[in-house]
Every structure is written in C-alpha cells, then in structure tokens.
Ligand binder design. Structure first.
Ligand code: ATP
Ligand code: BTN
Length: 241
C-alpha cells in the first residue's frame, strides 16, 4: 500500500488489523510523508515530504508476545546488513532500535504489537530511513542525523530500496521464527555502536558500565565492577557516558 501523506504508516497497519479483512502477512505500507510519525516512548519521527522512507511491515509472530522483544533488534540487523552490503556504508546499531552512520542517526525502528487473540501476536515493524532530508530538518531533530544520499554520495532508487528491505526483513523474520534470536546475537554485536564503550542506561532502569553487546535473547549486557548485568525490555535508553 502506497500512501501520499498519512498520519503514521504504523497506525495505518494497526487500523487495518482492526478491520474485518486484516492484511496478509508481510504486507507493507509506505508513505511519502507522515503528519504524526511515531518514535519510541511517545517521541516523534520527523517525516517531511520528499525523498525519505516511511515504511511499516506487518508480520504475524507465531511464538507470541514473549518473543517480540528481539524484533526491533532483528529488524535493525536486517536494515544494517542491507545498507552495508548494497550501499557500502558503515551502518551501526544502537540498542534497541536506532541505526547510525558515523555517529549520526539515519534510521529508527518502532515495533508495535496489536490484538493477541491466541498464542500468536500481530507485529508491526515501522522503519523510518532518511534518504534526503531538507536543510530545515535541523530545527526538528534534536540529535546529530544523517541521510543516505549524503552518506553514499549517490542518487538512491527508493523503489529498489523498498523491495530490498521487504526481502531482507522477510528472510530475517523467517530465520527468527525458526531459530529465535540466537543467529542475530553475533550480527548485532558486530554492528554495535557502543561495543566496549562506557554507557549509561536511563528509563525504567538506571545503571552505567561497559557495554558488552547483547546476550542470546537480545538483552543488553553491561559490566560493572566485574559483574555482568542483562537489561531487558523497551523502556530504557542507552547513552555514551
Ligand atoms: P533511544 O531509542 O535510545 O531512547 P532516541 O533518543 O533516538 O533513543 P527514539 O525514540 O528512538 O529516541 O527516536 C526518536 C528521536 O529520534 C527523536 O527524539 C529525535 O531526536 C530523533 N529523530 C526524529 N526524527 C528523526 C529523523 N527523521 N532522523 C533522525 N533522527 C530523528
Ligand atoms: C525511533 O527511532 O524511535 C523509531 C522511529 C520509527 C519511525 C518509523 S517511520 C514509519 C513508521 N511509522 C511511524 O509512525 N513510525 C515508524
């Protein structure tokens, strides 16, 4: 489904799921602009009209809500691998949902869950990827940011990118359904922007320590005074400290 301007492509899929004929697994909604682009924890995703990617992908996860925690990492790994392989950029991941190039945020992942009538759950994976931001973005984004045109110096074919992303996500989610998070642990840790850095955690937990990447479930590991502690869940943020 291609939309010109919408509130949020994630919201569009959430609404479709409430309709009598829900979307098919792997349905994608894309838009040219969003008036209410959503980030994590009530934050906004700046979504101007132009040449960016506002992409939401529907998946029905048979393992249920418990497994959904690893999904934003799985989607982040898929996008990072794609950007590295096809666009030769040094994309990195910040747990649990951000993609950076040279310390500048280029993309974010927002996973939302909908109506779980049975053991399975409906998952919406939203991805915002900057392809060509206007200069006025500076007034709207309160952290360093990047876009793919500037990072690659190439003209980006968005249609091709959408197809590549849909394929990459489908492969990653099929693997995740069969093998769980384990195959993604090493991929995430290879792309981790904070590997071996001193970081602090804020939100529903606070701590600081050396970041040791993620464990086999996708929890982030911090080492403090020789102890390794795992932090789960989506209500926390990592920062360099
Ligand atoms: P964390 O996920 O660790 O809490 P975060 O500060 O990046 O980190 P998110 O909720 O993931 O928070 O993302 C929303 C933030 O992303 C916004 O507050 C803004 O700083 C930034 N942002 C918003 N729109 C864009 C965009 N188009 N490109 C890059 N960054 C953006
Ligand atoms: C983040 O970094 O917090 C995640 C941002 C996710 C933005 C995408 S754009 C497509 C989809 N629709 C939304 O409203 N949000 C996601």
């Amino acid at each position: 489904f291609v939309q010109h301007i919408t509130d949020s492509t994630n919201l569009q899929l959430l609404q479709m799921l409430q309709n009598a004929s829900p979307p098919l697994k792997a349905t994608v909604v894309v838009a040219e602009a969003q008036t209410a682009g959503r980030g994590r924890r009530g934050r906004q995703w700046y979504s101007p009209y132009g040449s960016n990617l506002y992409f939401s992908y529907y998946w029905r996860l048979e393992q249920g809500v418990q497994a959904a925690m690893g999904l934003s990492l799985v989607a982040g790994c898929a996008l990072c691998s794609l950007l590295r392989r096809e666009y030769q950029v040094n994309a990195q991941l910040k747990w649990p949902n951000d993609i950076y190039i040279n310390g500048h945020k280029i993309a974010g992942v927002l996973v939302e869950l909908a109506g779980q009538a049975d053991a399975a759950c409906n998952v919406i994976i939203g991805i915002g990827l900057n392809i060509a931001l206007p200069e006025t973005a500076l007034q709207h984004i309160n952290q360093p940011y990047a876009d793919l045109t500037q990072a690659t110096g190439q003209l980006i074919d968005r249609n091709k990118l959408i197809v590549q992303l849909q394929d990459e996500l489908t492969n990653a989610l099929n693997t995740f359904e069969i093998e769980g998070f384990k195959p993604f642990q090493q991929i995430f840790n290879q792309y981790d922007v904070f590997a071996k850095c001193l970081v602090s955690i804020s939100g529903s937990a606070t701590a600081s320590g050396i970041c040791l990447g993620v464990d086999e479930n996708g929890a982030v590991l911090l080492e403090q005074d020789g102890n390794i502690q795992a932090y789960y869940g989506g209500e926390i943020s990592l920062r360099a400290s």
